[in-house]
Write a protein that binds this ligand. Structure first.
Ligand code: COA
Length: 331
């Protein structure tokens, strides 16, 4: 038995924030952002205080509708995010409650840009072990609530956007199809290269002006280090999942890389020797939506008819942790 992707759905807030809009808030320009990241615009929630679960539940409803399923048909929910609604509980239980579910298990995954692939491997394990038959994976982020929107935070603020996407996975008896290989990695020695240091148990609750001045409540990123590691790890682990199934790079119909930065996707494409038509990117419209980015791109690729039954599809991710991963799917 293997696991197949049965349905997808997405939701992005209607508020479009262009690079010119950002230039009103900080010293930056459309030219700088487009050249360094390929991003033209991103979405931010219309109403501050809208949590990731609110975006997630809209994507979940869209995926359920497309599958002609009811929330009660789900055996489990996995919610991947780095921007949960609250410190605890996780946002998965909030989505379950919003769907009207009172008993369905809900797991939160905190693996940032690799969160979708970590979730996919957990769901694949559950399904292949016969524990559950219908698992909803949701990736959702509200970055706009946690960005330093001043010149000080411009390196991070120009990259990240809000959005959500969901997939429903279930078993298939057709051994040639579905998820064929998933590989994951992590190197916590680089935790401090992309993180929010404050607001955790290892950092005192921000209680006074002095602590606020330390700025540890904002995301901090060693951008060039992230870049250098990403363009090595993503192609390497993509090759590993291809090799595990004896699939050649030329046979790949589509690679959906985590939408970190267009320059990272381009470097991964070059390193693997893929043609333009073999790689799907939508970062120009949404920025980096972290855990939502791969399922969001998958949803749009499907809408555009980029995949047909039997096609080889790969996902690759890299992000905070550092964590990374790749998956090979036969559609
Ligand atoms: N607008 C204008 N200038 C900016 C800016 C912005 N939005 N962000 C940073 N800068 C400035 C820096 O302050 C720096 O100025 P200085 O030379 O006066 O100090 C200058 O641009 C160059 O900064 P640097 O960090 O060396 O630029 P870069 O070419 O490495 O590009 C990133 C910065 C963040 C775009 C790039 O490192 C990157 O894309 N890294 C990967 C990040 C990523 O994908 N993260 C998500 C991973 S999941």
């Amino acid at each position: 038995m293997r696991t197949e992707i049965l349905s997808t759905g997405m939701y992005v807030p209607s508020r479009v924030v262009t690079n010119d809009d950002l230039a009103q808030m900080m010293e930056t320009s459309d030219e700088w952002i487009v050249q360094r990241t390929g991003i033209h615009e991103r979405r931010w929630v219309e109403v501050p205080g809208t949590g990731a679960s609110e975006l997630g539940v809209q994507a979940a409803r869209a995926a359920l509708e497309r599958a002609e399923m009811k929330p009660e048909d789900l055996d489990a929910i996995i919610f991947a995010t780095l921007s949960p609604d609250h410190f605890f509980p996780g946002s998965g239980v909030l989505v379950a409650a919003k769907l009207g579910l009172k008993e369905t298990p809900a797991l939160d995954v905190r693996n940032q840009c690799s969160g979708f692939l970590y979730s996919l491997q957990v769901a694949d394990g559950w399904i292949r072990a016969g524990i559950y038959r219908r698992v909803m994976i949701i990736g959702a982020e509200v970055h706009s609530a946690g960005l330093d929107k001043t010149t000080r935070g411009r390196d991070v603020a120009c990259i990240f956007g809000d959005g959500a996407a969901a997939v429903i996975v279930g078993p298939t008896e057709d051994d040639s199809r579905g998820i064929r290989s998933i590989k994951l990695g992590a190197d916590g020695r680089h935790a401090g290269d992309l993180w929010i240091e404050g607001l955790g148990s290892a950092f005192p609750v921000i209680a006074d002006e002095e602590q606020l001045k330390q700025l540890k409540q904002w995301p901090a990123m060693e951008g060039s280090k992230v870049f250098k590691f990403a363009i090595v790890r993503m192609p390497a682990i993509t090759r590993a999942v291809l090799e595990a199934e004896g699939v050649k790079v030329e046979e790949l119909k589509l690679l959906i890389p985590h939408q970190a930065n267009q320059r990272i996707s381009d470097a991964v494409q070059r390193s693997l020797g893929l043609r333009d038509d073999q790689v799907f990117n939508n970062i120009a419209k949404y920025g980096n939506t972290t855990a939502a980015s791969i399922p969001l791109a998958l949803h749009e690729a499907l809408e555009q008819g980029r995949l047909a039954r039997g096609d080889w599809l790969a996902f690759a991710a890299f992000g905070s942790g550092f964590t990374w991963g790749a998956a090979l799917v036969r559609w």
